[in-house]
Design a protein around this ligand. Structure first.
Ligand code: FES
Length: 114
């Protein structure tokens, strides 16, 4: 699936915006001048991450504060146990979503804690 998203030029540095596309809600973020796209649902309890905060490359869920890296969707701390899907997006705002891409699993090593 490919979709040209309107208005990504207006997303300022450190800002994020949710877009509804065929696969559901996608969160587009601009960090260090680059656009990144991830699914707009926390892997802990599906809360929209667009209601959370973005600091650097980390988006924080508003409900229980799990954090995800918007570059690759990997989760950084509990209570999430898996990451969120990340998607390719061109710098002109064209989103590309491959079908059936799973959420990234837990990292190897000791369990994440806050
Ligand atoms: S719903 Fe996001 S951390 Fe719980």
């Amino acid at each position: 699936m490919e979709a040209a998203l309107d208005g990504t030029d207006d997303i300022g540095e450190g800002e994020m915006r949710a877009y509804e596309v065929a696969i559901g809600s996608v969160l587009v973020c601009r960090v260090a001048g680059e656009l990144f796209a991830v699914e707009n649902a926390c892997s802990h309890a599906d809360t929209p991450l667009s209601d959370g905060t973005l600091e650097g490359y980390l988006v924080t869920c508003p409900l229980h504060f799990a954090q995800f890296d918007v570059r690759d969707g990997l989760h950084q701390c509990a209570p999430a146990f898996t990451g969120i899907r990340s998607f390719a997006i061109s710098q002109s705002g064209v989103l590309s979503v491959a079908e059936n891409v799973p959420r990234p699993g837990p990292p190897e090593g000791p369990p994440l804690t806050r």
